[in-house]
Write a protein that binds this ligand. Structure first.
Ligand SMILES: *Cc1c(COP(=O)(O)O)cnc(C)c1O
Length: 428
């Protein structure tokens, strides 16, 4: 047999997993233990000194978590990964690797609302500065870079409107300035978009959404692309390129090469800040990932059918879905995500605020809640919920004006999804 690389669906089921050597269990066991017995005193010393890999304590590493990490690293085409308690925890550990007080990073303005809060408020307490750039204008990222800039951060498929971003153009800007590009790939998942193939250096996910896929478990993951040279500018990425006193002077980039970023996030960030994923959640998310290709295709196919139908409805003012051929974002969608345009998009009701509220209340199959990426169809009216504290001008700028409704289209029968939308539209 010639060398054969397994396809995406095969990796989604098998990468990182093998029958349990102790019991033969075929599904990955939930290793529900806090700690692991050392073989002897030398083994313990080698583990603590980073001379040998192995399990010590579940805050740092656990065999169920390790399967999840290998699987997502394989699906994204990275060198290694680190799974943690949530998407936000993953973002915290990424920037803990990169930033010092007084340094900054550039982020696309169009991001998940929670990320806007984390970057703009919580990070400020650490002396970490975020500078916002126009998502559709790569040069607006370049314009804000100075000698204290450490990274650029974007979403591949941006919240809340579901628009694809020109990853390669922004990667060019980052690399011209010697900076890594970090891409949040939560909304697309690696089934639709693989940011490392377009120049990203680090990929981050909220596993809570499409990778877990069933709306039942929180998790986050950092994927190391293995592409960035952390030692090119001496002192700039000191966590990676300078001796670590807590590990006897080891230089992580020297010792671990193209997976040093993932190691630093584990042995410095996760060890000291502590947002570990539970083995049970890791198990739930591994199980979810096995059907990722099937689910993501169905999500995208259903969303396209729903968007096309909404466009023809006389109470609907506009539909913004990049899968529609006349959508301004369609060309980027075709280039980055030809298999489909994802589950999440927004549309506007002619009746404005009151119509939006009434429409959401009238739905029966859709769940009204603040999440995306569930098997179930989800809906939210941002102006009366997630964005209600903003001024009307800020709401419009954030894509959350009074008439806007956001859907995360599930994997039910599309005819039932459309029937539910139809009966609620009829009532407003
Ligand atoms: C939900 C989400 C996050 C945050 O993830 P949590 O698991 O909720 O902490 C980050 N980015 C995007 C795009 C998200 O949708």
């Amino acid at each position: 047999m010639t060398n054969h690389n397994p396809g995406f669906s095969t990796l989604a089921i098998h990468a990182g997993a093998a029958p349990d050597p102790a019991t033969g269990a075929r599904a990955t066991p939930i290793y529900q233990t806090t700690s692991f017995v050392f073989e002897n005193a030398d083994h313990a010393a080698a583990l603590f000194g980073l001379q040998q890999f192995g399990n010590i304590y579940t805050r740092i590493m656990n065999p169920t978590q390790a399967v999840l990490e290998e699987r997502v690293a394989a699906l994204e085409g990275g060198t290694a990964a680190l799974a943690v308690a949530s998407g936000h925890a993953a973002q915290l550990l990424i920037f803990h690797n990169l930033l010092r007080p007084g340094t900054n990073f550039i982020a696309a303005r169009r991001l998940y609302g929670g990320s806007i809060n984390q970057f703009g408020h919580a990070f400020k307490n650490f002396g970490w500065e975020v500078r916002w750039a126009d998502t559709n204008d790569p040069e607006s990222f370049a314009a804000q870079i100075d000698e204290n800039t450490q990274a650029i951060f974007i979403e591949s498929l941006a919240n809340p409107a579901g628009t694809f971003v020109d990853i390669a153009a922004i990667a060019d800007v980052a690399h011209r300035h010697g900076l890594p590009l970090i891409v949040d790939n939560t909304m697309a998942s690696p089934y639709l978009v693989r940011p490392l193939e377009h120049g990203a250096d680090i990929v981050v996910h909220s596993l809570t959404k499409f990778l877990g896929g069933h709306g039942n478990s929180m998790g986050g993951i950092i994927v190391d692309g293995g592409t960035f040279d952390w030692s090119a500018k001496p002192g700039k990425y000191s966590m990676l390129s300078e001796p670590r006193p807590e590990y006897g002077g080891v230089v992580l980039h020297q010792t671990f090469g193209n997976f040093a970023f993932a190691i630093a996030a584990r042995v410095l960030g996760l060890r000291d800040l502590g947002p570990a994923i539970s083995p049970f959640n890791a198990f739930m998310i591994i199980t979810g990932i096995e059907t990722l290709p099937l689910r993501m295709q169905r999500h995208s196919d259903n969303a396209l059918a729903v968007a096309k139908w909404l466009k023809t409805h006389d109470k609907v003012a506009w539909v913004s879905y990049s899968g529609l051929e006349d959508d301004p974002n369609h060309a980027l969608q075709q280039r980055y995500s030809p298999k489909g345009a994802g589950a999440v998009f927004t549309f506007g009701l002619k009746g404005g605020y009151e119509a939006g509220k009434g429409f959401v209340e009238g739905l029966k199959l859709f769940s009204h809640l603040a999440n995306i990426g569930d098997t179930r169809s989800l809906v939210i009216h941002p102006a009366s919920t997630t964005h209600r504290q903003l001024t009307p001008e800020q709401q419009v700028a954030a894509g959350a004006g009074p008439d806007v409704v956001r859907l995360s289209v599930g994997i039910e029968d599309s005819s039932d999804i459309i029937a539910d939308l139809e009966q609620s539209l009829a009532k407003i």
